[in-house]
Design a protein around this ligand. Structure first.
Ligand code: ADP
Ligand code: MG
Ligand code: MG
Length: 209
């Protein structure tokens, strides 16, 4: 059976950290429009902490690696998104079952558990102008692709495309969760920063497949 190995995941983490640096000001800029302007900075603090430790963590299995990564994001990053992405990676870790490589189904289960963890922690549903607007429709499309027997790369492409559409669909929305809530109608016309960062991260998982 085809397995997704540790080398893939380590490259993804390195690319995530690099992307966050490149997009830091862009993401904080989106957050300046409807929040407190720190979304890119928050993620940068978290991923710098991850990169400081990756050399040690990567000697171990995927569960250890992503649990540590989740703990770093939960522990080091203030604000909403750090803990939300932190819980994502904690549950992502669990589903890797202590192994160094995972099957397609296990890979799917990692994303499913991670996204459900974000929903549990933040209590947001689609339409409230958060990262869930990208992640939930993305996951639903990934689930459908799996049921239809799509190949891994194709299934993940559908995942990312649906997430991107969901992210763009946050633009006309009023926020019902997070700081942007306070803006009421003034949030209309702005892309949600967490939805944007979620898509950027999924693109990296996709590009490395
Ligand atoms: P903060 O708003 O605390 O400064 P960030 O700026 O890092 O934290 O993250 C803001 C993003 O977090 C929002 O754009 C939104 O996507 C996401 N977010 C905020 N609250 C929630 C929630 N309850 N559920 C899901 N996502 C949320
Ligand atoms: Mg913010
Ligand atoms: Mg903040």
């Amino acid at each position: 059976e085809f397995l997704i190995n540790k080398g893939y995941f380590i490259k993804v983490i390195e690319d995530l950290a690099q992307m966050i640096e490149e997009k830091r000001d862009y993401l904080s800029g989106l957050d300046s429009d409807i929040g407190d302007g720190d979304h890119g900075i928050n993620l940068s603090i978290g991923f710098r902490e991850v990169m400081k430790n990756l050399g040690d963590w990567k000697e171990k299995d995927l569960t250890f690696l992503f649990k540590k990564m989740g703990m770093a994001l939960l522990g080091k990053v203030g604000g909403s998104a750090g803990p939300l992405y932190g819980s994502f990676f904690m549950k992502f870790a669990e589903q890797a079952g202590g192994k160094e490589s995972v099957s397609f189904v296990e890979f799917y289960n990692m994303f499913k558990a991670g996204i459900e963890a974000i929903e549990m922690r933040g209590k947001a549903v689609v339409g409230e102008k958060t990262m869930v607007d990208a992640l939930r429709p993305g996951l639903d499309e990934f689930t459908k692709s799996m049921a239809e027997g799509a190949a891994l790369k194709k299934a993940f492409e559908r995942f990312v495309d649906a997430a991107r559409q969901g992210s763009e669909a946050t633009i006309p929305l009023i926020a019902k969760k997070g700081r942007a809530m306070r803006l009421g109608e003034r949030a209309i016309g702005h892309l949600d920063p967490g939805a944007a960062s979620a898509v950027l991260m999924l693109e990296i998982f996709y590009n490395n497949l």
